[in-house]
Design a binder for this molecule. Sequence first.
Ligand code: DGP
Length: 112
Amino acid sequence: MECLFCKIIAGEIPSAKVYEDEKVYAFRDIHPQAPVHVLVVPKQHLASADAVTPENSGTASAVFEAIPRIAKAEGLKNGYRIITNCGEDGCQSVQHIHFHLLGGRKLPESMG
Ligand code: DGP
């Protein structure tokens, strides 16, 4: 297994876990960019948002079902931002689809 996030999900590399269910794992980003910065990842390995298909989209929807629960547990009562970077122009650095959950302060309006 070469994928960093697959290794984190498997517990081979330690992480600060904040949530786990059958399909989803969430942990704190090692370089937080907001007071709350959680990475929400499906346990099924998909390389990026560009790899989502009708056959595997349940993987992505499981992430979006988990996000409100994680946000609530993190106390994000006033909103938050979800970002997924995709590919080279999107500056994706880990090739396992993941969603940045950012919050805990008013975030900048600009996204790019
Ligand atoms: P992206 O650039 O969108 O591919 O985001 C990858 C994120 O993963 C980046 O914000 C830093 C985070 N990250 C990289 N390696 C590790 C790690 O070993 N542990 C944790 N917790 N986060 C990591």
